[in-house]
Design a protein around this ligand. Sequence first.
Ligand SMILES: [Zn+2]
Length: 1044
Amino acid sequence: MKMSFLSVICYFLCCAYASTDENKPVQAFVIPHSHMDVGWVYTIQESMHAYAANVYTSVTEELSKGKHRKFIVVEQEFFRLWWNNVASDSHKKKVRQLVKEGRLEFILGGQVMHDEAVTDLDDQILQLSEGHGFLYETFGVRPRFSWHVDPFGASATTPVLFALAGFNAHLISRIDYDQKDDMQQNKKLQFVWRGSASLKEQLFTHIMDQFSYCTPAHLPFSNSSGFYWNGVALFPDPPKSGVYPNMSLPVTKATVDAYARTMVENIKQRAAWFRTRHVLWPWGCDKQFYNSSVQFNNMDPLMNYINKKSKEFGVTVQYATLGEYFQAIHQSDLIWKVRGSQDFLPYSSASQQAWTGFYASRNVLKGVARRASSQLHAAETLFTRYCLNYPDGPVAKDWALTKLRALRWAVSEVQHHDGITGTESPRVSEMYMQHLTQAMMSVDELLAAIILLPHNLDSKGSNYHGKGFVALSSDVSTAQQEYQYDANGLLFAGAHQTLEQHVIVYNPLAWNVTTVVNVTVTLPFARVYDDAGQAVPAQIQKSALSNMTYDLFIVVDLGGLQHRKYSIKFSEKPCLRSSKCGETFEAKSVSFERLSVQDWKKTGRRLLPVLSECYKLMFDQDTNLLHSITYLQDKRNVEMTQDFWEYQSNGDVRAGPVSDNYIFSANGSAVRAYEAVRMEIVPGDVLSEIRQYFYRNESDDDYAFSVVTRVPRCFGTNVGCQRLEQTYSLGPLSVNTEVVFRTSSSLRSERTLYTDNNGYQMMKRTHSEFTNNTLARNFFPMVRAAYMEDELSRLVLVSERAHGVSSQASGQLEVMLHRRLWNNLPWNLGYNLTLNDSSVVRPTLWMMLGAKGATSQLYQRAAIELQHTPVVMPIDRPREEDGKGWSETKPRGSPPPRALVLPPNLHLLSLSIPGWNYSSRHDVHLARIRSGQHRQPEPDYDRVLLRIMHIFEEGEDHDLSKPVTINLKDVLQAVGEVSAVEERSLTGTWDVASMQRWTWKTAEEMPIKNVSSIGVIEEPFSVTILPKQIRTFFVYFKSSCRRL
Ligand SMILES: [Zn+2]
């Protein structure tokens, strides 16, 4: 996203031209580029039609006409759509030639330019790998430089991941305006960034100067803008005449000198902000170069003119790729300052413009995007196992891979910096949602096929392609209720017989888990059995959300990557003979009358305890709010209330700053968002549920917000009691309100909190005072986790989607859950970016309270477990049993598959069959491409991609922070017999042994780390993983997945 370049008037200051070397001319690297948002205000299809396809077509043609011309290609989604659907054979041939000559350079190489604040590490890696896989398979190229010119603030995780992917340099732009001013004045825009405190990966980083990625458009000699000779893109159709709006004044004999002086002046101004005499001069902006001939035909003579007068001007200009610019900086051999693991979040573009609203914009899209990512992980792991264990199984590999690829594409796409951020127009939000849900439904079908079809069909049988398969219920997980999925209606039968239904529960993590899953049902009585016919603990109760349905909570016990079948027997009548009743607890709720806030005179007198093995929660019957929590391990009590508050924002630009998709700008402090509260408590054996309903006005019939807190009890089982699960319900909100769920406690946290960067690492956030906008600038993104603490205790929240968080008072932590806004800023109205989001949202957080050390051991893993809760698949319609009433027969199933289990500090980040077809040897792959054997390669089903991550920081925990050595042969026994292991770069395209990244000189010596970088790992395939390290492998198994 860029506010139209015409609206950004850039002033050419007449400053002193400070060049590092007075005798040498300043060397400007003119980098032609087009910033192509994969979404934002136009759908992908609209963008392809209006301009994006023309960018690649016309750039290919124009570069072929002049050997000096260059271009950088960034977003792979658009490029691939063009390559696959638009480009002619002749275009493809030309592109290959231009790539070979280094004139068309692939930068970054991800499917999109991902957001850095609200995206999860898993998805960043996915979208980068998706683009890199295509580029390497197709061209044999591996991007070495980043171009993160538009994400709204910069995360410290990004340089870590880009270093692991083999990048030589990183480029960002949007950081706080005041910080950029300071860095610019002091020539500090370039440095070496060590993004992780534990992992000593480092990456040279360049922050763009104040002109950012668009060419300065202001011409002192003309009323029209300059350097944009192709004008601005026209929607929906490109003009037939080829004449676009706002085309710059042509370069002619009459104008060339004025143009040259303007450009030179700008180059010299920028040179003063950098340590070398090289200037990066981005030529382009949003949606440019769709008509490249007019662009180059004007820039060519202008550059010639400047170079002819280079002595007079003190400047030379040349077309360049980003790689050539960084090469020049690298060759300067300077010593660079080191930046540690601090990030550049949050981001303000001006004193009243804090871009902290988007952390919470479009909560539903944020939730669906993350759920799609979890489903993809589950499906990838399941398919990999299936493929290797049943190479002759009935699920066709190509059919399966097509479905997985569609979901990889959709999850990658929404990571765009105007996608998951929620900063796009409603139409584009719908587009992302549609792509995600379609791909998810399709993968549901794959999951069902893998699990349900008999595995041992002989190879003569035909492969399953998804036709004529009806057994699967459309709702695969109760977690999918929120959008398009209807979790109700599982049961249709109204008869009085006992009914039986089966559900498969799959654990997508490489850890053994015992947890509770929730199946929504329509009958009030049920018993549950596992695949060995043993009754399992369960609890059934009326649902908090609907009178028509019941929540059936089942305690499941699953090994790593294991699925098990559970049988549920239902009845409309209670089970009377206890011997047949299994272990299901029928829970009943206790209601507490609605209390008005204005009647809160004396509080804290009548406290009601809810107990688990871990906690004693006290609820105040004078307020119906939480009063305190004691964590029993240390017998420490923390006073704590939780309720909803809202910020009210201004909708009229004439009255002051406004909040929108991007910006958070409240009128003042938050106000209490309710006048009365009602409570219900459902005590149970598996869990106790506390339901609190908040009424906006005392007299309202319906509540405006609710929170359901689940306290796992599970005495005698292994279910962790540390996690208090809270699910909130909000919406539709009143217009121009932004609602937070606020936890106020007796912790002496002094307004300091900790929030994560992309689920990778935690950042300390101390409260800062600013001249303006202090409130909004103290909001931070929370992707997976946030906590506050004092010397003794820590309160941790982990999340399944991104939110904004803040601490506005000591002991307080508030999570912005939802926003609905409207304002009359013409730009916002024009693009429909006011965020009038009337949806109902239902996010979930897990809350943990304990001593610092105890919570340190738990929260990273809890965050991953919340992200990857077991997949619950009802596999049939309930059917009547033969006998009437509760039957004696116990169901029998097959034993579950062997578990794949990693140590508690290692997380299985990826286990998949990528399908990209290239040799692991670069020379062999390049030779194959050069020989022309590159046309539509068959997918490679034999190569398994394995990524393992150490989830602890160095020194965070006495035991869990240690490096871990595992033997892959043993660990992967459950998948198959390992025959070979190769270590690869993060996105898989480099053999790590051959990957040589540029070294940059720093004042601080780099601590030498004993990191192995041998490519091929010999038997017995032992690998050591250091704190926060992510290691990527290609693994080959003795059994082949390919059907022979
Ligand atoms: Zn953008």
